[in-house]
Design a protein around this ligand. Structure first.
Ligand SMILES: Cc1cc2nc3c(=O)[nH]c(=O)nc-3n(C[C@H](O)[C@H](O)[C@H](O)COP(=O)(O)OP(=O)(O)OC[C@H]3O[C@@H](n4cnc5c(N)ncnc54)[C@H](O)[C@@H]3O)c2cc1C
Length: 450
């Protein structure tokens, strides 16, 4: 197939994890055929897999993410619930401890979805495969980009990928042509190296090094534990760089993730894991874990730094290629933003494609950059408040940090502030909304009276 600029016949997505599946869903609205190429053999919903090692750790889906996934796949929430996931009101259900106190529970209208990551991803995959114009090529490794000179500007145009079938012996490469290739290959995406080998510059990268460690285990969930299904979130603080999350997931299980900042890590052995839970700022995890029945071994994940690649700043980029998801921006997972941001990017891709393929890459990267500013600023701002975390600090950051600190403390009892804060962290409102006059007034007033 000879790819012609502007033609929307075939799109290829690299990677069938959350951002790849959602990008494919958006592409299916515009292309006659969408092929998702995935290195792994994809297991049935609920089973973890090698290419997504983070799937063994607690995965929070933000309220905006719940809404976007439902919009892409109507009925998805109900389908997840029918498989044992737990849907609820975020502010009503979460037992939330931050900076020395619990947050008051109240009905907020914000949604929460408790499901294991493999159930969520597997269900998205099943729904995507039900679309008549989508094919998933499992067990295939994308090895490079196909290019030809662009008729428009003499630059290169990406018109497909090369891939190998991992089930077949020997490195027999096949060529898959397409009008658009979307790289959703995750943080380790090879697009940067491929682009470099074609003579294109690498995008600028920003890093915020917090040296985070996740250790997770699965336990049996009983009705007497935290109402049997209330998620627990204990955030790290300036006095204690340790945090924990317990998510009630399908199959009567808790996924318990313990996090250590700046090189600290929960041990993998059961006793050490439970002792680490005892050292958190609140006793909720420990109180359950000390008698709960373990159902798995520990999984550990070292996350060195949040990473943002500034594709929007590149002056040269080939037509016919986009990069999305963690390959473009990967956030400290403690803020639970990755999957929701992937959904926002898929919504953006859908919108950008309405104007066709011409000029798509600069259009998409420019708008994606604006979209990424909110989650990036939330994660970066919170992490850079720790003096030991390495990263670039804007001069105004200290003042903003002090204000947000007051807001957060006041919001534990003030439900108006809490809702404003939750709407920002759930990627519904921009961070600037926390500086609206009525919010500023409330923050200052609540602090004085506290
Ligand atoms: C420890 C941890 C905890 C997290 N917790 C949360 C959370 O609570 N909430 C949240 O929203 N997000 C969380 N995230 C982030 C979230 O997992 C990601 O943002 C999300 O998976 C989207 O990533 P992705 O699809 O871009 O890439 P990935 O999930 O990394 O997937 C990349 C996919 O591409 C495939 N692939 C790569 N290269 C090739 C190739 N050459 N050929 C074929 N296939 C290829 C891989 O096999 C894989 O399937 C967490 C991340 C980590 C590390």
């Amino acid at each position: 197939m000879e790819a012609t600029p502007g033609r929307m016949e075939r799109a290829i997505v690299i990677g069938a994890s959350v951002s790849g599946l959602l990008a494919a869903r958006a592409l299916a609205n515009h292309f006659e055929r969408v092929i998702v190429v995935e290195r792994d053999v994809l297991p049935p919903p609920g089973q973890p897999r090698k290419g997504v090692p983070q799937g063994r750790h607690a995965h929070v889906l933000l309220s905006r993410g719940v809404d976007l996934l439902e919009a892409f796949f109507p009925g998805l929430t109900q389908e997840l619930v029918s498989q044992g996931a737990i849907a609820g009101d975020l502010s009503e259900t979460v037992r939330w401890f931050s900076m020395g106190a619990y947050t008051r529970n109240f009905p907020s209208g914000l949604k929460s979805m408790q499901a294991s990551r493999p159930l969520l991803e597997g269900t998205l995959y099943r729904r995507l495969c039900a679309l008549p114009n989508v094919t998933v090529l499992q067990n295939h490794d994308v090895t490079g980009l196909l290019t030809r000179p662009s008729v428009r500007d003499g630059e290169l145009r990406v018109n497909g990928v090369t891939a190998v079938d991992r089930a077949k012996p020997g490195p027999m490469e096949m060529e898959l042509e397409a009008d658009l290739v979307v790289d959703a290959g995750g943080r380790g995406s090879r697009s940067l190296a491929w682009l470099e080998s074609l003579g294109y510059p690498r995008p600028e990268e920003e890093h915020i090094k917090m040296n985070l460690s996740y250790t997770s285990r699965v336990f049996r969930r009983l009705p007497e534990h935290a109402n049997g299904q209330s998620p627990v979130v204990i955030l790290p603080s300036f006095n204690n760089r340790r945090g924990g999350t317990m998510l009630a997931v399908e199959g009567g299980r808790w996924v318990v993730t313990l996090a250590g900042y700046l090189g600290d890590a929960a041990p993998a052995d059961l006793d050490g894991f439970i002792e680490f839970a005892r050292s958190l700022d609140a006793p909720d995890c420990y109180d359950i874990l000390k008698t709960a029945e373990p159902l798995s071994e520990a999984s550990q994940y070292k996350y060195a730094a949040s990473q943002r690649r500034r594709f929007e700043k590149l002056t040269r980029f080939p037509e016919g290629l986009l990069v999305c998801g963690d390959a473009m921006c990967s956030f400290n997972p403690i803020y639970g933003q990755g999957m929701t941001t992937a959904a926002c990017e898929a919504e953006l891709l859908d919108s950008c494609l309405r104007q066709g393929l011409t000029g798509l890459a600069p259009r998409f990267f420019r708008r994606a950059s604006r979209l990424l500013d909110s989650p990036w600023d939330i994660a970066a701002g919170s992490d850079l408040a720790y003096p030991e975390v390495e990263g670039r600090r804007a001069p105004a950051m200290r003042m903003v940090g002090l204000y947000l600190d007051r807001l957060l403390k006041a919001s534990r009892q003030d439900t108006v502030l809490n809702l404003a804060f939750q709407r920002v962290t759930n990627l519904i409102d921009p961070p600037a909304s926390l500086f609206r006059p009525h919010i500023v007034w409330r923050v200052l007033f609540m602090q004085r009276s506290a």
